[in-house]
Design a protein around this ligand. Structure first.
Ligand code: 3PG
Length: 394
């Protein structure tokens, strides 16, 4: 059982709140603020109830181009929230602790990127995390710790698992809703259909295996690079350009795993046609007419129609990954058609990360739940333990 904000008595308490605002950046500025907007309810509730809020979050990975300060995130949160939000480039130094101590009820302070601090980027046990500089220095300033960072809950990093060892821990509203929805997929209406696409082939195969073994999926529809790997596993010759993409992308090892699944389960469906890129134009080719001498970048119309029929009649649809190269309008048709059909199922759940970004870009709405987590949502769907959630349970 995870405690939620309903269990937290707040008046005047200083709360450390871990959120996940890891976002695409462009020229150092936020290119997408969806993850920030997701946390507005949690932060406003804490501030409205008189909390003093110290915000912890990460941005990027060490060495990466988007490994940057949280200054733009703080500025955007200040615009989004009805309460004042300030920023410090300190994380646990005396300066940071003084700024936290000076907070008034209803004020928030965004601390610096937790990953600027090396211990944060190690996968440490909760016990060891509680003994890091970050947790030892900051925990005494907090009367409570709220974890709202579902998207990072599959990481065992100090800011996620260390604080609940020493400070009472609670799930924020984002975390609570994600656990409610993704943790109860086994209880949703049937038939349950999983649509697995995009480029995360290994993760998709793990999800397929897990939900099939647990009897949770009545059908699996494959699209995107995942679909192409399954076609290869089924003995279809895609043609040199698509096969090269799969070999060069390091997806080759997944073909055997896909073929094992195809042999064990009859409910996995493969595209019956694909759309190849013929000098920038969409050209549809039946699977029976492959190989093609141009790269497959989307599923074809027959597949879209067939999959749509299954989705419209589904009790629950769980979708992850786009059906094609949706960034190019000629190859967005599969993603648009399939996701749009999924909104007509009784219940529709969409994985976060790249998938959520694709939906925003294509203006697709109407789902019952769009997760904030990419890797975290996939972990939940494979029923793996989430260290940050386990830490809250203790
Ligand atoms: C994400 O973007 O999926 C989360 O913020 C976790 O980031 P990470 O994969 O760099 O740990």
């Amino acid at each position: 059982m995870v405690r939620t904000l309903d269990d937290l008595a707040l008046d005047g308490v200083t709360v450390g709140v871990r959120i996940d605002v890891n976002s695409p950046l462009s020229g150092g500025e936020l290119a997408d603020d969806a993850r920030l907007r997701a946390h507005v309810d949690t932060l406003e509730e804490l501030l409205d109830r008189g909390g003093r809020v110290a915000v912890l979050a990460h941005q990027g990975r060490p060495g990466g181009e988007d490994f940057s300060s949280l200054s733009p995130h703080a500025a955007r949160l200040d615009e989004l929230l009805e309460f004042p939000v300030s920023y410090t480039d300190a994380l646990w130094s005396a300066d940071a602790r003084e700024r936290i101590a000076a907070l008034s009820p209803g004020e928030a302070l965004v601390l610096e990127n937790t990953r600027f601090y090396a211990e944060e980027y190690m996968e440490l046990s909760p016990e060891r995390s509680a003994r890091t500089h970050l947790v030892e220095r900051l925990a005494p300033a907090f009367g409570a710790f709220v974890n709202d960072a579902f998207a990072a809950a599959h990481r065992s990093q100090p800011s996620l698992v260390g604080f609940p060892q020493v400070v009472p821990g609670y799930a924020g509203r984002v975390m609570e809703r994600e656990l409610d929805v993704l943790g109860t997929v086994a209880e949703t209406p049937t038939p349950r259909v999983y649509v697995l696409g995009g480029t995360k082939v290994g993760d998709s195969i793990a999800v397929a295996r897990s939900v099939l073994e647990r009897g949770l999926a009545d059908r699996i529809l494959t699209t995107g690079v995942v679909g192409n790997v399954f076609l290869l596993a089924d003995g279809v010759e895609l043609g040199t350009p698509s096969a090269e993409f799969i070999y060069e992308g390091g997806y080759f090892d997944e073909i055997d795993a896909a073929s094992d699944l195809l042999e064990s389960y009859e409910v996995i469906e493969l595209p019956t046609d694909v759309a190849v890129d013929r000098d920038g134009e969409r050209e549809e080719v039946s699977v029976g007419d492959l190989p093609a001498d141009a790269p497959a970048k989307d599923v074809g119309s027959e597949t879209i129609a067939g999959y749509s029929l299954v989705l419209e009649n589904a009790g629950t649809v769980v979708l992850n990954g786009p059906a094609g190269v949706f960034e190019e309008p000629a190859f967005a048709r599969g993603t648009e058609g399939i996701y749009e059909a999924a909104t007509r199922a009784t219940h529709s759940i969409v994985g976060g990360g790249d998938t959520a970004a694709a939906l925003r870009r294509l203006g697709l709405t109407g789902f019952d739940h769009v997760s904030t987590g990419g890797g975290a949502a996939l972990r939940m769907l494979t029923d793996e333990q989430m260290p940050a959630v386990e830490a809250l349970r203790q």
